[in-house]
Write a protein of this length. Structure first.
Length: 138
């Protein structure tokens, strides 16, 4: 019988991976900043199109919610950029989880099967496979 099991994927931080992560964070930050500008432009355009105070208030509330979401994401990215700067090369970063299929037979040790498995990546290449690694709580 086959079961689906979660596997933790980690990345070893190298100069290349650190630079790629920084570029990804900065790219997301730039995109969110542009979205904020676009939202402001759309708000002003819509406000000019209507004189209904109720509708204008509704627009303003929607605008405030959307900008708050994006500003929060920008703050999170800034925090991640700061944390990335502090990390030493060789540190392991959790990338996420994937699913794998594992064969289970009668007589197999269930505890061994359910021990966490980790895949460790270094510069885009599988560097290590770890059985009995951290179990995923997701």
């Amino acid at each position: 019988m086959e079961i689906i099991k979660k596997v933790v994927v980690k990345q070893i931080l190298t100069e290349d991976s650190k630079q790629k992560l920084q570029e990804q964070f900065l790219s997301r930050q730039y995109k969110l900043t542009n979205e904020l500008k676009q939202l402001e432009f759309v708000l002003h355009k819509k406000m000019k199109e209507t004189t209904d105070p109720k509708y204008q208030r509704s627009l303003q509330e929607s605008y405030n919610k959307e900008t708050a979401k994006r500003k929060d994401r920008i703050r999170q990215i800034e925090l991640k950029l700061g944390q990335l700067e502090e990390l030493e090369l060789g540190a392991e970063l959790r990338e996420g989880t994937i699913q794998m299929i594992e064969e289970v037979n009668e007589g197999d040790n269930w505890d061994e099967i359910m021990k966490g498995t980790e895949i460790v990546i270094k510069d885009g290449v599988v560097n290590e496979l770890r059985a009995g690694g951290m179990e995923d709580d997701d």
